[in-house]
Write a protein that binds this ligand. Structure first.
Ligand SMILES: [Zn+2]
Length: 375
């Protein structure tokens, strides 16, 4: 069977439809960090961080692209010195033609991204954003299609329209009318005659889209619309789009004792211990907030939103003191718990590859360990 080759760029373009760079926090150095996306890939590795061990595992497995959560170059790099671990890792990556792409806060913030995966791991239901970071812009997309092609065009457009409102997606409106066009001498119209005005029974298809999906919708329109020059327009609408943000808050299916919940959290996070703050023994909890990574400073958002307990990593001493004073319970599962994202990301990238009918293997980095040891 022939193996269809695919470039890193083709994969990343589709990846960024779900995890757009525009979702990221300011100054987060996401995206391509090492190498080029302009090359064919056959093996992809998903990692939490890119250090020397991950780099060696990638080399041993013939990986061409590493997708990591944490950017490996975070602060401006002044030098690449090959006798330092960072410089040596970059040197090895370049020598082995391995590129590194980071999806950090855009992955944290995106709907159905890292924080939803963590919320799912902790069995939270009816989840909402914990701390909004931006309101997405909505646009109206309108196109005019000959009647006989309208259903097919609408179906293709809805498939790339990710906008959903209160649980409804694939919303559109279609109405009929008569279109006109005059193809001039240099054109090759699919229907109608040159050098005269043609009148065609058309359907007008309209839908709200997220501004981030505009290019994808237009690209699909160019593929499926029968006209040489598809007729369409987009414009900004006033109503605010959905809110995206960091962390999630949701409910357990039934009230659970904090002790039982801690047992579940440790097992879901695959950790032998966690650090608790302000734990009230015997207390039943229902509403839980979670924020992967270093979420110490967001505990007040969790409290404001009525969470009984807040799960995050890297909780600082003073935040812990303040949380106790205001009666809030915190669970520090460590920053490394974000590694749970890898299994979801493997599936996500495999789906992109399947959709493109390509043959690429996607692996999880297996060498990564929590830098903190439980003694
Ligand atoms: Zn992190």
């Amino acid at each position: 069977m022939a193996t269809k080759k695919i470039t890193a760029q083709q994969i990343i373009r589709q990846f960024e439809q779900s995890f757009p760079k525009s979702y990221a926090m300011d100054n987060d150095p996401i995206g391509l960090q090492v190498g080029t996306l302009n090359k064919k890939v056959t093996k992809i590795m998903i990692a939490l961080d890119v250090d020397m061990r991950v780099c060696d595992e990638a080399i041993a497995n013939g990986v061409d692209l590493i997708i990591a959560h944490h950017p490996m170059i975070y602060r401006p790099l002044q030098q690449v010195l090959t006798d330092t671990p960072k410089g040596r890792t970059i040197e090895k990556l370049l020598k082995h033609d391995i590129c590194v792409y980071a999806a950090h806060t855009n992955l944290d913030i995106a709907p159905n991204g890292l924080n939803d995966w963590l919320a799912q791991a902790f069995a939270l239901e009816q989840t909402k954003v914990l701390t909004p970071t931006q309101t997405l812009q909505l646009k109206k997309f309108v196109t005019y299609v000959p009647v006989e092609c309208a259903l097919q065009v609408r179906k293709a457009l809805l498939a790339v329209n990710s906008y959903e409102q209160n649980g409804y997606r694939e919303c559109s409106f279609m109405s009929s009318g008569e279109g006109s066009f005059f193809p001039m001498s240099q054109t090759t119209p699919n229907i109608g005659k040159r050098e005269q005005c043609n009148y065609v029974q058309e359907m007008k298809i309209e839908m709200l889209i997220l501004a981030k999906d505009e290019q994808a919708v237009i690209d699909v329109l160019h593929v499926v619309h029968p006209y040489e020059v598809p007729a369409f327009e987009t414009y900004v609408v006033d109503q605010p789009g959905p809110v995206v943000g960091l962390g999630r808050i949701g409910e357990l299916s039934s009230p659970t004792s904090i002790e039982a919940f801690i047992t579940d959290v440790k097992s879901a996070s695959n950790i032998p211990m966690l650090r608790g703050v302000g734990i009230k023994h015997g207390k039943k909890i229902r509403r839980v907030a979670v924020l992967g990574g270093s979420g110490s400073s967001y505990w007040q958002s969790a409290k404001r939103m009525g969470a009984d307990v807040y799960i995050t990593g890297d909780i600082g001493y003073h935040d812990a003191q303040d949380a106790i004073e205001s009666g809030m319970m915190l669970l520090d599962v460590g920053h490394f718990t974000e590694h749970l994202y890898k299994q979801h990301m493997v599936k996500f990238i495999e789906q992109i590859i399947d959709e493109q009918n390509a043959t690429v293997r996607v692996l999880e980095a297996t060498c990564e360990r929590d830098p903190f040891q439980f003694m």
